[in-house]
Design a protein around this ligand. Structure first.
Ligand code: F6P
Length: 557
């Protein structure tokens, strides 16, 4: 008998066993049954599962849960010691056990006027001091007091980083700096190691007025190092100035390794530091966000931090039954572990959130995509679904067919924005307003169809429309009143804490990522073979790779 069968044994009562048993019972009821029609209990259920936090509204009423499910899930969270572990997180205990570090990203958004929890004081003070340095750099750039190597003021920033040193800032830039009027200066993001994003920038930007931001927590990531070297070579050649002078004037470094920045030639005054107790994928709030602050200004950057901080406080204070990160984590774990739904779609109904799925992929999958628990034992069920997604309205014309009538069940988060702040002529405004309405209507329609399937077909159309709509896809709707800095800060912190809660439920360390290391090592030895630095292919582990290596070398002659 494997341990998963054991854990479902009716003889031992544990919250997890009770959830497995409950999931089996619930299989007989579709989501359509749970949603009911207009019975008063169905209405009560729907309103009990919708929560408003400031300008963020979270509706989990289209999840396959009953009040009893929720009660069992909350019992489970209590039995895992969620409250104590949350306390440990905020009070700076070394919750990242494999790396023996704290995980204090909340310190980076702790407001100066407010006393931090005991244990977080020094971390918050350090982050606030770096924020002052960041604000100073930002104002120098905005006031035209930052000069490139030829003495001209900066007009463009090229932010070079990857993973957590790229995805967060890029998401915020796309979300909030969508119009030139929202931008104080232009920011461009470069992450891919192949130089493909750099090439077009090198053709169109003015090298004399371009500032590079090298964002890398470890300061060793090859993707970033190679991009920076190419960018520096471009500036040096175009301006006919040596690289060390360029580094002196046109390079800002953001890292947890100040000594490496110094060695690279970045002057201390142009270094921004965050500590290794903030994980890369949790680092948007640190000086990793400097390019966002340069693009949008400190007011916006501070509003982003305020939204995230307000969510921290909510996570700390709200009872589990109303605690948004906890609820999102519980329904996610319920879908993944107990309903066996292996994938989760992120479907923003706003083009400005086109990078949300990529951001959440890293946040959730790099954190909880693990199968060895904190106790060193194998976890015998899936942890963290495969996250994927795209801008919802476009995806409707791409992969929704499969979701509606194919053979898979998925869970999903729909993310929508209720209104957009547009300053335009009356005619344009009302045309845009109609577009907003159209988008929201589509979002609601799809969320309903995901849940109800064929039952969503109006009686008058039954028999006239194709059937076979699968339905039963549990989904949540996260509605922002507006897409502003506070709202997106709160939204991202909500997901961060969701990840933490799930790590507690699954007994994982969400703050390390050992599984990404081996690929980097293999790539290093293959790089040497491609560069001709290693003779022969003796180290290649398989004939398939060896033959590809030969083909590439032949074509690169
Ligand atoms: O490859 C994984 C990873 O280590 C991420 O965790 C991290 O966000 C990314 O690489 C970039 O790392 P760094 O900021 O150290 O360059």
């Amino acid at each position: 008998m494997n341990s998963s069968t054991l854990s479902r044994s009716p003889r031992t009562y544990t919250p997890v066993n009770a959830l497995y048993a409950h999931a089996e019972q619930l299989q007989a009821h579709s989501l359509s049954d749970l949603l009911g029609c207009d019975s008063s209990s169905a209405q009560q259920r729907a309103s009990a599962l919708a929560f408003t936090f400031g300008s963020l509204h979270v509706d989990i009423s289209k999840q396959r849960i009953t009040p009893h499910t929720l009660k069992l899930l909350i019992d489970w969270a209590h039995s895992c010691g969620l409250q104590e572990k949350r306390q440990a997180l905020f009070s700076g205990q070394k919750v990242n056990t494999s790396e023996r570090r704290e995980a204090l990203h909340m310190a980076a958004r702790w407001p100066k006027h407010k006393t931090p929890p005991e244990g977080m004081e020094a971390a918050a003070a350090f982050c606030q001091q770096q924020q002052l340095r960041l604000a100073d750099m930002v104002s120098r750039v905005h006031e035209g007091r930052w000069f490139g190597a030829t003495g001209q003021a900066i007009t463009d920033v090229v932010h070079i980083g990857v993973g957590g040193s790229d995805l967060g800032p890029k998401l915020i830039s796309e979300a909030l700096a969508d119009r030139p009027s929202h931008q104080k200066l232009s920011v461009h993001y470069v992450s891919t190691m192949d130089g493909a994003q750099l090439l077009p920038l090198m053709e169109c930007l003015n090298p004399a007025t371009t500032l590079l931001v090298l964002a890398s927590k470890s300061f060793t990531t090859a993707d970033t190092q190679f991009n920076v070297r190419t960018a520096l070579a471009w500036l040096s050649e175009a301006l006919e100035i040596d690289i060390s002078t360029i580094c002196h004037h046109q390079l800002v470094g953001v890292s947890s390794k100040p000594e490496k920045m110094t060695e690279f030639g970045i002057p201390k005054a142009h270094q921004l530091v965050f500590k290794d107790w903030i994980g890369g994928r949790f680092s948007l709030w640190t000086p990793i966000g400097v390019s966002v602050a340069m693009q949008l200004g400190m007011e916006q950057f501070n509003a982003l931090l305020a939204g995230a901080h307000d969510m921290d406080q909510h996570f700390l204070d709200a009872p589990l039954e109303e605690n948004l990160p906890t609820l999102l984590a519980l329904v996610g774990a319920w879908n993944c572990q107990f309903l066996n739904i292996p994938t989760h779609a992120v479907l923003p109904y706003d083009g400005r959130l086109k990078s949300l799925a990529a951001y959440l992929q890293q946040l959730e999958m790099e954190s909880n995509g693990k199968s060895v628990g904190l106790d060193g034992r194998s976890v015998n069920h899936a942890t963290c679904p495969i996250m994927w997604g795209d801008v919802g309205p476009n995806a409707q014309h791409a992969f929704y067919q499969l979701l509606h009538q194919g053979g898979h069940t998925v869970s999903a988060d729909f993310v929508a924005v209720a209104k957009r702040d547009v300053v335009a002529t009356d005619e344009v405004s009302s045309a845009l307003c109609a577009q907003e309405q159209l988008t929201l209507a589509n979002c609601l329609a799809q969320s309903q169809l995901f849940a109800l399937g064929d039952d969503a077909i109006p009686a008058s159309l039954r028999g006239h429309m194709a059937q076979g709509y699968r339905g039963n896809h549990p989904n949540s709707l996260l509605l922002l009143k507006e897409l502003d800095a506070w709202g997106i800060g709160a939204l991202l912190a909500l997901y961060e804490h969701k990840v933490f809660v799930q790590s507690v439920l699954w007994n994982l360390n969400p703050f390390d990522q050992p599984g990404v290391e081996l690929g980097k090592q293999l790539a290093t030895s293959l790089y040497e073979m491609l560069a001709g630095e290693t003779l022969g292919h003796n180290n290649v582990k398989d004939p398939s790779t060896e033959q590809l290596l030969c083909k590439i070398n032949e074509w690169r002659q």
